[in-house]
Design a protein around this ligand. Structure first.
Ligand code: ADP
Ligand code: MG
Length: 259
């Protein structure tokens, strides 16, 4: 069965989408069958995978509301080598519409159960909030990957996130755990980056992934071409770091108990 990971951090602009898209492409390049679920109405992951969010007939919105199955809405990333359950602005309405459903926090989990055998890894990109959409991500997942920028305020808010994960674990999803914290947009020339990074490892120990994703302009350029950075410039430092991270994650998955 697939391992399901949610990439979450309630802050915006911390590298969630970049991590989800590039990790998906990196895992695919290592032979994994990957499904990326875009849970953000901004649809940035969808666009970054080379799928036009304005042209969607069906999307994750339709799946959550029960209008179609994942198979009917999923599309192939033209150059990514993986499958995408895309999103666009329609998804913003789901928050309100889901209020009428019973067990509204497990809609995604129910939908994923149908397609799980077809994938090795499912990656869920979350919006920058702890909303009903993010809650659906948490309820569907085995683990959370938390991308973090090593900035002064990075640790602020982390306890809210960890508390939310604990609550979800207690109330909805006992299999949920923090898989690890990923340092992204890292700038080794900045003393502050190094200091915060040290604090992070002191605090969270081996929950911090060893791989560090550097700040790399090729990763930032790739989305405008609709190609994951890992494919766009495979030799760039950023791309190579994400492939290394994919290897480390697979290693970590192996040590997890069976789902
Ligand atoms: P989030 O999904 O958390 O809002 P994004 O992944 O969209 O964050 O990243 C925010 C911005 O930072 C984007 O413009 C993205 O291209 C850029 N970015 C992310 N990671 C890197 C990186 N490692 N190096 C350079 N730019 C990055
Ligand atoms: Mg995003």
């Amino acid at each position: 069965m697939a391992r399901i990971f949610v990439v979450a951090n309630q802050k915006g602009g911390v590298g969630k989408t970049t991590t989800t898209v590039n990790l998906a492409a990196a895992l695919a390049s290592l032979g994994q069958r990957v499904l990326l679920v875009d849970l953000d109405p901004q649809g940035n992951a969808t666009m970054g995978c080379g799928i036009d969010k304005r042209a969607l007939v069906r999307s994750v919105y339709h799946v959550l509301i029960g209008l179609c199955d994942i198979e009917e809405a999923a599309l192939r990333s033209p150059q990514g080598g993986f499958t995408v359950l895309p999103a666009n602005r329609d998804l913003a309405g789901a928050e309100v519409e889901l209020v009428d459903f019973e067990e509204r926090e497990t809609r995604l989990r129910e939908a994923l159960a149908q397609v799980e055998p077809q994938y090795d890894v499912v990656l869920i990109d979350c919006p920058p909030s702890l909303s009903m959409l993010t809650l659906n991500g948490f309820c569907a997942a085995h683990g959370v990957i938390i991308p973090m920028q090593c900035e002064y305020y990075a640790l602020e808010g982390l306890s809210d996130l960890v508390n939310t994960i604990k609550k979800v674990h207690a109330n909805f999803n006992t299999r949920l755990k923090v898989i690890g914290l990923l340092r992204v947009m890292f700038d080794p020339r900045m003393t502050l980056s190094q200091q915060v990074s040290d604090q992070l490892t002191q605090h969270f120990g081996d929950k911090v992934f060893q791989t560090v994703i550097p700040r790399n302009v090729r990763l930032a350029e790739a989305p405008s071409y609709g190609v994951p950075g890992v494919v766009f410039d495979a030799q760039s430092k950023g791309a190579r770091a994400y492939v290394e991270f994919a290897r480390e994650l697979l290693e970590r998955i192996r040590s997890l108990p069976d789902a």
